[in-house]
Design a protein around this ligand. Structure first.
Ligand code: SF4
Length: 339
């Protein structure tokens, strides 16, 4: 904000921080500008010396996160080692272009970049998967593979935490979708709780505010939607939430609050977590969801792992028990939720 000796007089609301210029952003909850630094301190999200990977897709959410974290780290001496971590799904005309943006961000913010690709990790690109399975369920493959790819990238970078940037609209949709799918395991996992904490950093801005922030800061981001993003189910949830917001502007924040406060009865039986016998990844089944999907692809039976109750035992037969680690939070189009 530019310093000005006299407060400006106008009918518009002034910025609550400098009390001089017109406010550029309005926080829906308190109508004040988001204080991300305070949220980080209050929630003790980071410790000095930690290595943090920032999930970077080149989209506006992750670009804003990378900018804000690197800026706060410098300004407030957090003492963090920050990295950019990108996943290359192998989608020609989409991810190859967005990764060019991330490569520019690497130079702009001075953060080392690591890219992990589906081709290297799984032997398949999304282009090849879509060629085999068509445009139905492609986001399920992509979401499951991405979750694991991020974890594998984080292990390669030896980071303590992965920070992902999401806007409030997307989080509210995800909360609602988890309920609609009966996916209570997602609410109970530590993974989700950690993500909720991180979401808080940026999550109190809705979609338009993110765009506005990125615009005002002249951030370099990529805004094209994935060419394989059909996902009608999420689209319905989005429309429903938008309708609710029209009647009740707080609806989005209230849905997120409900997701954060969601508690499962101690008498509810939850799947036990172990490790995948094939790849060692976290799984409540003998094989993790990624290995099941991969087995289906490699055997030319791509429907093998589709459906929430289907998995494979180590002998390759179908197992009807639920894999609680199936990350429904990622199993969706990335135009709306990038990581
Ligand atoms: Fe993957 Fe997202 Fe594209 Fe779906 S929309 S195929 S999850 S990048």
């Amino acid at each position: 904000m530019e310093a000005d000796s006299k407060p400006k007089k106008s009918g518009a609301r002034l910025c609550c921080v400098c009390n001089q210029n017109r406010a550029a952003l309005k926080r829906p909850k308190t109508l004040e500008q988001e204080e991300i630094h305070q949220v980080i301190l209050e929630n003790q999200l980071f410790k000095p010396g930690e290595r943090i990977a920032i999930g970077a897709s080149g989209g506006k959410d992750s670009t804003v996160l990378a900018y804000v974290l690197s800026e706060l780290n410098r300004r407030h001496n957090y003492g963090l080692d920050l990295f950019l971590l990108s996943v290359d799904e192998g989608i020609t005309g989409y991810r190859d272009d967005s990764l060019e943006t991330v490569k520019r961000n690497e130079l702009q913010y001075g953060l080392p970049l690591k890219i992990v690709s589906y081709k290297d990790l799984y032997g398949w690109t999304m282009d090849e998967i879509v060629k085999m399975i068509g445009l139905k369920n492609n986001c399920t493959f992509c979401g499951v593979f991405r979750r694991q790819a991020l974890d594998r990238g984080a292990a390669l970078l030896k980071v303590d935490k992965v920070a992902t940037g999401h806007n409030a609209d997307d989080i509210a949709e995800t909360v609602l979708l988890n309920i609609l799918r009966g996916d209570i395991a997602s609410f109970n996992s530590e993974f989700i709780n950690i993500r909720f904490s991180l979401w808080l950093m940026l999550g109190c801005q809705n979609l338009n505010k993110f765009s506005t922030y990125a615009y005002f800061k002249k951030l370099d981001y990529f805004s094209t939607e994935c060419i394989y993003s059909p996902n009608a189910y999420r689209g319905f949830a989005r429309e429903f939430i938008k309708d609710l917001e029209r009647i009740r502007p707080r609806a989005i924040l209230d849905i997120i609050k409900s997701g954060e406060d969601f508690r499962i009865s101690t008498t509810t039986k939850m799947p036990e977590q172990g490790t995948c016998e094939r790849c060692g990844y976290i799984s409540s089944q003998k094989w993790c969801k990624a290995c099941v999907l991969l087995e289906g692809l490699n055997r030319g039976l791509p429907k093998l792992g589709i459906g929430r109750n289907q998995g494979l035992n180590s002998d390759g037969k179908k197992d009807r028990k639920r894999d609680s680690r199936t990350p429904s939070i990622e199993s969706k189009q990335c135009g709306s939720l990038e990581f």
